[in-house]
Design a protein around this ligand. Structure first.
Ligand code: GAP
Length: 517
């Protein structure tokens, strides 16, 4: 379900608490470009670490690389991005707003689906436990009518996408009376293809041959290094190469905070397999990736699969892991069976052999590839949007207050421990500093002495700090402190000597990783 209100709150909260800022904000920002603040960068680093360790540490046959953003321009001809990496765009002549034509159609289809869901809900309420959803959707005239509209639309849409028929895409928009969300009119331009790659010039001579691209995916850096890694790492198929890094796309629709950015970060892994083994590995990686997501505890019901109807130019099979963001179920990660397309293309365009000699099969071949590709910024948004909670707390005087808390998994929370002297005198700050100095070697800590303890707790809740350690006068006498837990707000008296062990049990990423193995 779309929750615009929650989405706005998350955007505002992200800015107020140093997670995400609009880029160059003092100049009114830059569309679809964002900066990560002091807490955002910690969260982002921790998510990246969770991914990296799950890939590279837990799998003996996966190694990492860090390829450059700039690549030889022929890479993008070979990969097909120069010719085919484009989106169909359409403008509304009245509002002057630009849209992705395929997204307009998909959203229209979702609206019809929502009508079916509404009918189902109504009937469910009416018939209670005896309700049979399957029978209802197969017999109810309204549901059948909506379903046939969806089927008709989908058939036309898939065919138009497959054949690249832009006139038909426009006709689908017209026939379905799709209006511009801003002007409400159907005054559309023709549909045109728009290449999403940013280009720039290398060196000082501005000739065509010097045009290079900002990479639109990190994957190609892995493909062109396939043989380097295989040979120097003496890798045996099946094996994988993992990489995290920036990617750039001149997105047409870029109005969804960090969900769709023009500069973003991907975490990609290419798994090289023998021809014929790709289907088995495709299934394995689908399963492994879903488990990785669900282990983070954002809610198993928040994920679903979406199998691609239209495959990218390189793919044999592809599916998205979708997450229920406040803007609805949207793509979080793609798992793609890329065949031998990329390596074969690079072999052809570079004139260099990109083959593997398989000692077991006693033959050389171009390996097939299974790719897992997840956006780090989308992961960040999925974590924030499921962690953001507003709790109503009853106060002693009979009134109530709202506590905003980010229930981020402790292993990826930006700050693990806040050390708080109860008052700024009587030697408490010194004792608190002593504890802080001890804990900061293992955990990202924050020291705070300003404002009442209640206010400081709220500030830590708002950035998702799992533990607060409060130092009071008793601490000076018996070396104990109050340990406060973020989610339950439970407080307990703990010996300073035991702090490391208690905190480590919750925040150490190894416990999360163990659940994956
Ligand atoms: N190498 C394959 C590839 O790039 P993709 O489905 O285009 O596949 C993979 O992108 C992932 O990258 C997506 O699932 C998404 O999480 C992320 N991503 C793609 N475009 C993005 C954008 N404009 N802003 C933020 N994340 C994006």
């Amino acid at each position: 379900m779309v929750n615009e209100e929650l989405f706005k709150k998350i955007i505002a909260h992200s800015k107020e608490y140093g997670f995400v800022f609009p880029s160059s904000e003092i100049y009114d920002g830059l569309s679809a470009v964002y900066d990560y603040g002091q807490n955002g960068v910690e969260l982002k680093n921790n998510i990246r670490k969770y991914w990296w360790e799950a890939m590279v540490k837990l799998n003996e046959n996966i190694v990492g690389i860090d390829a450059a953003i700039f690549m030889h321009p022929t890479v993008w001809k070979a990969s097909g991005h120069v010719g085919a990496f484009s989106d169909p765009l359409i403008d509304n002549k009245d509002s002057k707003k630009r849209y992705r034509a395929d997204v307009l159609i998909e959203e229209h289809r979702e609206k019809i689906q929502a009508k079916i869901d509404k009918e189902v809900d109504k009937a469910h309420k009416k018939f209670g436990d005896s309700f049979d959803k399957q029978q209802f959707t197969a017999t109810n005239p309204r549901a059948l009518e909506y379903q046939s509209k969806i089927d008709e639309l989908s058939t036309r849409f898939v065919k138009a996408l497959e054949t690249g028929d832009l006139t038909e895409i426009k006709k689908i928009i017209e026939d379905n009376e799709i209006v511009c969300p801003v002007s409400g009119t159907r005054n559309w331009t023709d549909v045109r293809q728009f290449n999403l790659m940013f280009d720039t010039k290398l060196g000082s001579v501005s000739e065509d041959s010097n045009t290079i691209y900002l990479r639109p995916e990190t994957a190609q850096g892995i493909f062109v290094n396939f043989l380097n890694v295989q040979k120097t790492g003496r890798m045996k198929i099946p094996f994988g190469i993992a990489q995290t890094g920036k990617a750039f796309r001149n997105e047409i629709v870029a109005r969804q905070f960090i969900f769709r950015m023009r500069e973003f970060e991907q975490m990609e892994m290419q798994f090289f397999v023998a021809p014929g083994d790709e289907n088995e590995w495709y299934e394995k990686w689908r399963e492994k990736r879903m488990k990785w997501h669900k282990t983070l505890g954002l809610g198993v019901e928040k994920y679903r699969w979406h199998n691609h109807e239209k495959l990218a130019h390189y793919a044999k099979a592809a599916a998205d892991i979708e997450f229920e963001f406040p803007i609805g179920f949207k793509e979080l990660e793609g798992i793609h069976s890329r065949t031998d397309f990329d390596l074969s293309q690079h072999q052809e365009f570079s004139g260099k052999k990109l083959q593997y000699f398989d000692p077991e099969r006693n033959e050389s071949y171009v390996p097939y590839v299974i790719e897992t590709s997840v956006g780090l910024d989308r992961m960040f948004l999925s974590v924030l949007s499921s962690a953001y909670k507003e709790e109503v707390l009853a106060k002693e005087d009979g009134t109530s207050e709202i506590r905003v808390v980010l229930s981020i998994h402790p292993a990826i929370a930006p700050v693990k421990v806040a050390v708080l002297p109860l008052v700024k005198k009587d030697g408490l700050p010194e004792k608190a500093r002593e504890i802080m100095n001890r804990l900061k070697i293992d955990f990202n800590c924050q020291y705070e002495e300003k404002d009442s303890i209640g206010k400081r707790y709220r500030r830590q809740d708002a950035i998702g700090t799992p533990f607060c350690v409060t130092v009071d006068h008793q601490s000076l006498e018996d070396n104990t402190v109050t340990l406060r837990y973020r989610d339950s707000m439970k407080q307990e008296r703990v010996d300073v000597e035991k702090l490391d062990e208690i905190i480590d049990k919750l925040v150490n990423m190894k416990y999360l990783l163990r659940q994956l193995d």
